[in-house]
Unconditional design. Structure first.
Length: 137
């Protein structure tokens, strides 16, 4: 299985010194389904040894992170220097739920090419997730 990673970079100046932070972030280690995007500024600061309670960190936070070189499913959510966490989170959820939902459906329905029927696939996933949310799984 290919790991989901993304390269995060930010350049900023603090007290006359330029900092170029560059880190590969393992997205599989970030919690999904929380509805909250990981604090990528904090992850970059930690990898560079910057105290999150410092003025240097405040300056870092004021600069936009540029994302690139995504791997795995994350590649579909990384475009033009931006990373769409919500899209990635949905992809992760589908990847996790689909095998079990498909196995249930294939025992009842004669559909084998689910990619040819995206409407059925979407409906099946919605019903499966509603059942999980209601306490069925």
């Amino acid at each position: 299985m290919i790991k989901n990673t993304v390269r995060a970079r930010v350049t900023f100046s603090f007290k006359g010194e330029t900092y170029d932070l560059d880190s590969i972030i393992d997205l599989d280690a970030c919690p999904t389904d929380s509805g909250e995007r990981p604090d990528f500024h904090r992850l970059l600061a930690r990898s560079a040894g910057i105290d999150p309670y410092s003025y240097q960190y405040e300056v870092l936070e004021s600069h936009q992170i540029v994302f690139s070189d995504a791997t795995g499913m994350a590649a579909r959510s990384c475009r033009d220097g931006e990373f769409d966490w919500a899209s990635f989170e949905r992809e992760q959820c589908t990847e996790r739920d689909w095998p079990e939902a498909r196995a249930i459906a294939e025992g009842v329905l004669a559909i084998r090419d689910w990619d040819a029927r995206p409407d059925f696939k979407a409906a099946l996933l919605a019903v499966y997730r509603a059942g999980k949310k209601a306490g069925g799984a």
